[in-house]
Design a protein around this ligand. Structure first.
Ligand code: SAM
Length: 229
């Protein structure tokens, strides 16, 4: 499956380092708490869209009635299936945001974290969300906020043409709300921090970042975009 798949070299080429990243992202649970305030998912059906290796699926499965992970990249789908093999309420499906393998009005909460929904161009995925989310449900998109934080500065340096104002405008025009959040990376060691920086940034910029930023943590601004259905 390649139609409409957004290349994700960090997790496609380095799933082990991406696992370290996921373990170190948002140790305070700021994103989950914000989502929970807006639309809790205990007893609900949750769709994790672009679920990668399924890192977040067990956490949703702890309280949701059912969890669906959708992922287009076959090796990652296999890793997600393996991770959730003993979780009977979790189902994994091959698919994309633009053509969701999900019935109409079948889910209550959608979570898309750093996956496909990056602003202008994701309209086909938005139409699919409107089809699959039940009345009373909500969808959440988690993306970088390049206007704030140390990590945001690194991200903007890596993509000088990136226009965060246009991205925010896109979500507002489409009727989504924005909750700006401050999270952090907290890696277990400097070696882990280095390997994660190196999968997120090109070699030259990664060298600069590592030379100027000591330690194992960094402050990181994200936007939680969300809407009720
Ligand atoms: C940066 S990874 C994030 C993975 C996961 N959400 C996480 O937080 O661990 C982006 C994921 O989106 C997937 N992806 C790429 N194109 C997609 C599409 N059109 N629809 C849904 N997912 C897509 C990639 O294969 C990859 O697994």
């Amino acid at each position: 499956m390649t139609d409409g798949v957004v290349p994700s070299p960090n997790i496609w080429n380095h799933p082990a380092a991406y696992e370290l990243e996921n373990r170190g992202v948002d140790p305070d649970g700021v994103i989950e708490a914000a989502m929970h305030r807006i639309r809790p998912w205990a007893g609900a059906t949750v769709l994790d869209l672009g679920c990668g290796t399924g890192f977040h699926l067990p956490r949703f499965a702890a309280t949701a009635a059912a969890v669906i992970g959708v992922e287009p990249h076959p090796p990652l789908l296999a890793l997600a299936r393996n991770r959730c093999r003993n979780l009977p309420t979790v189902t994994l499906r091959a698919g994309t945001a633009q053509q969701l393998p999900v019935a109409d009005a079948a889910v209550d909460v959608v979570h898309a974290r750093w996956a496909y929904f990056f602003g202008p161009g994701c309209e086909p995925g938005l139409r699919e969300l409107a089809r699959v989310v039940r009345r009373g449900g909500a969808a959440f998109v988690i993306d970088n906020d390049a206007t704030r934080s140390t990590f945001g500065g690194w991200f903007q340096r890596s993509l000088p043409a990136y226009d965060p104002v246009a991205v925010e405008r896109f979500w507002a025009v489409n009727g989504w709300s924005r909750e700006p959040l401050e999270i952090r990376w907290d890696m277990a060691s400097r070696a882990d921090f280095e390997s994660v920086v190196r999968i997120e940034f090109a070699p030259e910029l990664a060298d600069q970042i590592l030379a100027e930023h000591p330690g194992t943590t960094v402050d990181y601004a994200v936007n939680l975009f969300w809407r009720h259905f």
